[in-house]
Design a protein around this ligand. Structure first.
Ligand code: AMP
Length: 601
């Protein structure tokens, strides 16, 4: 396809506002695409490389202005281009405002000899030249990049220049998002949108998925698998509460929320397979360089944004090489520690960005990896049952397996550095896991649906990061219950009350609002018993009435209206945070504050 035809389509799409019309126009573009389908499926979104690829054009805007200026003529400078850009705010419009064509130079000749041969730019040629541009490295590479771009602009019509400039600077903005490309692919090649969606999740390559949908139909899409070495989008979490989790699921899978940075680890003891599917270099833009990159690596590490961060993180590679002996794709968190205590995640991110002197960086900030999920697992080398197939694809894709099974497979392949996962329906156990996580210096806990599948790129309801308590309450202890069994000699389950009047006065009245039993260690129970026993007024079996003397700071997830307590409110999931030695009962929180907090929720 001529690049001009793509530019025309882009201009038409940009002029449309209804999503359905946009999807229809993209559908026609795909139907007419022939050999350029894969490239067009990316270009139309403003992407040059597949979504999984870490490749970038790596060209700063100034170099792009320089190339435009050179193609525009001797009396135009990069500064002029920048000035116009400041006025109109769209690089496409700026590029379209010049009259390109007459300039001679190295780049003009160089690109004249490309695949198109003639004067009209083709889509394939632009893709190839941008591939060359991305591949230019080392000294003089910026000049080479400018030459290549100059060569392209010099042959572009004003409309072509508009979309070329936007493509190069990743500012396509014609209203085509991932969903549009997904729908247009399904529509153009008559395949179910769900099949396209699944194929996109595993391959992360809109170009390849469009081509397979057209050439191999639904069956071809279903055959697309995860590839070792090709990252998929990470599953995401949303904020939620323990009550949400217990309301929605029978049991909750609880894990620490490690304060670090997300990584996806791909490993194959026999060498990573960097294949990006069939097709020539243009179909698989990015393939050539990625393959050249393989250099026999057996481990690759990707960041949350799917950038290749293998080189800056040698500890992760070493850990995996030592403890994982099966082909696998793992999901986890990298944490930085100093004398056993986690460092803030910014320290970890700094290591991710480090390109030089990695050995020294590594001495300054040491990293550990904790894997919490497993997307693909092969048979361990040490498993001599003979079941191991040869080839790097050996193993199972686990995206559709339930979380607990994925975690079991993770434990089966990785000997060390696996998250602990507790499956429980007991809020007290959840609270004590959270207390341990916080004690260990981590952020809190994750609550996961034990039966859920892995949904790449989704911020669904199956992974909840427990919301931190927004505002705590200082409440007076007005009762307690003696414990049972091992805890029989301790007071536990403390009855809490808020001050009834707004005004602080010594004759304060109190209304009950809830009971707290969680978040208290055995040691603390002993201390609290000693502190409260002198204030016991009356005993009735296990129940004890206590004079209002001691104030607890209490966290909770929600305040609900409830007839159970005299205040008319109840705390959901209350947790003991500490004794407020500095507060007298009359300084405790009032019912009015409770009411205000309840309204704010
Ligand atoms: P947030 O970044 O606040 O949206 O929280 C989600 C992030 O927590 C994930 O992307 C992970 O990087 C991180 N995380 C830490 N521990 C876990 C865990 N056990 N399970 C899932 N994600 C975790």
């Amino acid at each position: 396809m001529e690049f001009g035809a793509f530019a025309d389509a882009a201009a038409e799409i940009e002029a449309l506002s209804a999503d359905t019309e946009i999807a229809e126009r993209v559908t026609t573009l795909f139907e007419d695409a022939n050999a350029d389908l894969a490239v067009l499926a990316r270009f139309v979104q403003g992407r040059v490389f597949p979504a999984w690829s870490s490749r970038t054009l790596d060209i700063g805007p100034n170099y792009c202005y320089e190339a435009i200026a050179r193609a525009a003529g001797t009396n135009v400078s990069a500064d002029d281009v920048e000035e116009r850009l400041a006025e109109v705010g769209d690089i496409g419009e700026v590029a379209a405002s010049y009259d390109f064509g007459g300039q001679q130079g190295l780049g003009a000749f160089a690109s004249g000899g490309g695949a198109g041969g003639g004067n009209d730019l083709t889509v394939a040629e632009v893709a190839e030249r941008l591939d060359d541009l991305a591949a230019a490295e080392g000294s003089g590479s910026q000049d080479k990049k400018i030459d290549i771009l100059f060569g392209l602009f010099n042959r572009a019509s004003s409309r072509e220049a508009r979309y070329l400039a936007r493509l190069v600077l990743s500012e396509m903005r014609i209203g085509v998002g991932e969903g549009t490309v997904r729908d247009a692919t399904a529509q153009a090649f008559d395949v179910p949108v769900e099949a396209v969606e699944r194929a996109l999740q595993v391959s992360n390559d809109y170009g390849e998925v469009a081509r397979v949908a057209r050439d191999e139909g639904e069956a071809g899409l279903d055959d697309l698998d995860l590839e070792l070495g090709r990252p998929v989008q990470a599953m995401l979490a949303q904020a939620g509460t323990v009550s949400d989790a217990l309301d929605d699921w029978e049991e909750v899978a609880v894990e620490w929320k490690y304060d670090g940075a997300r990584v996806q680890i791909h490993h194959d003891p026999e060498g990573l397979d960097w294949a990006v599917g069939e097709g020539d270099a243009t179909e698989a833009t990015g393939g050539a360089a990625a393959a050249a990159d393989a250099d026999g690596r057996t481990t690759a590490v990707f960041s949350r944004n799917m950038e290749d961060v293998t080189d800056p993180l040698p500890e992760v590679v070493e850990h995996v090489e030592e403890h994982l002996d099966a082909p696998a794709i793992l999901d986890g968190e990298v944490v930085a520690a100093e004398d056993g205590d986690p460092l803030p995640f910014q320290e970890v991110l700094r290591r991710f960005r480090r390109k030089h002197d990695v050995a020294q960086a590594r001495e300054e900030v040491q990293l550990d990896v904790v894997a919490f999920d497993c997307l693909h697992a092969g048979v361990p080398e040490s498993d001599d049952s003979g079941a191991r197939e040869t080839g790097s694809r050996a193993g199972d894709d686990l995206l559709r397996a339930p979380l607990t099974e994925r975690h079991d497979r993770l434990e089966g392949v990785l000997e060390s550095g696996v998250s602990s996962l507790w499956v429980t329906d007991d809020p007290e156990e959840i609270a004590s896991i959270e207390a341990e996580a916080l004690d260990a210096g981590h952020e809190g806990i994750m609550l996961k649906n034990p039966d859920s599948t892995y949904s790449p790129g989704r911020r669904g309801k199956n992974w909840l990061k427990r919301k931190p308590d927004v505002e705590t309450l200082d409440l007076v202890v007005t009762g307690a219950e003696w414990g049972e069994g091992r805890r029989a000699s301790f007071l536990g389950t403390f009855l809490l009350s808020a001050r009834a009047d707004e005004e602080t006065s010594e004759a304060a009245e109190f209304e009950t609002i809830g009971k707290v039993a969680t978040g208290i260690t055995d040691e603390e129970l002993a201390d609290l018993t000693e502190l409260l026993e002198p204030h016991v007024r009356e005993q009735n079996g296990q129940d004890v009435e206590i004079a209002p003397e001691v104030v607890f700071e209490v966290g909770y997830e929600e305040i609900q209206a409830s007839p159970t307590y005299s205040s008319g409110y109840a705390l959901r999931f209350p947790r003991f945070l500490g004794v407020r030695d500095d507060k007298d009962p009359e300084d405790a929180d009032s019912l009015e504050r409770v009411e205000r907090l309840a309204e704010k929720q």
